[in-house]
Design a protein around this ligand. Sequence first.
Ligand SMILES: Cc1cc2ncn([C@H]3O[C@H](COP(=O)(O)O)[C@@H](O)[C@H]3O)c2cc1C
Ligand SMILES: O=C(O)c1cccnc1
Length: 377
Amino acid sequence: MSDRTLDLDDFSDLIERPHGGLRRDAEERRARTGLPDQALGRLDELGEWLTAAQAKVPVEPLRQPKLVVFAGDHGVAELDVSTRPAGSTHALVRSALDGLSPAAILARRLEVPLRVVDMALDCDPAELPADVTRHRVRRSSGRLDTQDTLTAEEAEQAFRAGMAVADEEADAGTDVVVLGDLSVGGTTAAGTLIAALCGTDASVVTGRGGGDIDDLTWMRKCAAVRDGLRRARPVMGDQLKLLAAVAGADLTAMTGFLLQSAVRRTPVLLDGVVSAACALVAQRVAFRAPDWWVAGHTGKEPAQAKALDRMALEPLLDQQVAVGGGTGALLALPLVQAAAQLAAELPVSEESEEVDGAGDAATEEGETANASALDAT
Ligand SMILES: Cc1cc2ncn([C@H]3O[C@H](COP(=O)(O)O)[C@@H](O)[C@H]3O)c2cc1C
Ligand SMILES: O=C(O)c1cccnc1
């Protein structure tokens, strides 16, 4: 859709479900490992999901994960709703790229490359590290409580930038994306989107963000969400307008990224409340899109659980991490990789016909040229 005007309705046709027929082949292959049904717990479900996403039986092990982080400042941070000063996200970006942030340390350990995309940082672009992807649409997004965070043109530009990054990652062979945010004030924007789409109040979705904010700060944050909600509700039926009204450039780009990644069949691991909020907007655009995502962890923001619940996504871990940047999702990445590895490499018996109860293959002894997984142990 790149040359035409952006029509979000196109995504419902462009996004397929992961391949249902193949899922059956995957189950059949799984049965022939000889391991009892569900013996691998959620890894069984994840393995089937990855198989369906790749449309390959057996699935390929995940070799090219990428941590993609959208970064931007939020005007709402001027209201003192974060422990960090307004306009200071560039410092988080630097710390991530210097390998010092929690997410960067985990990414290094897991050998996952990091890509940071500047959507609306409040700093001189020349001061940014050279390896930042530059898609800045403005210097800091507007204050969501009193004004649109983006013009219609900026929203479209940000959304398309997110789509372009998704295309680049798919073309480069990235086989799973870990999606994070660096966004001082971003949990206020995320809470506003989630409250609007779930029809709840500010107080229900507002948490303590990327730091343990005090009660007065929490009340200011709640008031900002309440005011943002008044501005969001009238435009809820038009997701691009909704994003322009309250999301800011980084969250708008993340929404475009999620949808285009689903079009390109790239599985994505969601991180905290910010990626969950974007996923929820994306679900409104294309109801099949959440089939392409897995929730990495439960963080501390109450809005995150609401959003994931709406999408029927059950987080893999509950670590109560509240630093964003992809940290929680990276913790879950080894589970997803383990699922792929097991689904790809567990030996199977050659018997392939009529295995109609999972686990029955183990009892069809004798004609196994390859050792089944049970035999091998
Ligand atoms: C060490 C540390 C590193 C971080 N990197 C990102 N955030 C996180 O905090 C911000 C969102 O929270 P709020 O809406 O309250 O401003 C984002 O920059 C997010 O990535 C961090 C937080 C901490 C403590
Ligand atoms: O859940 C998140 O995405 C989150 C939480 C705290 C700080 N930054 C992000």
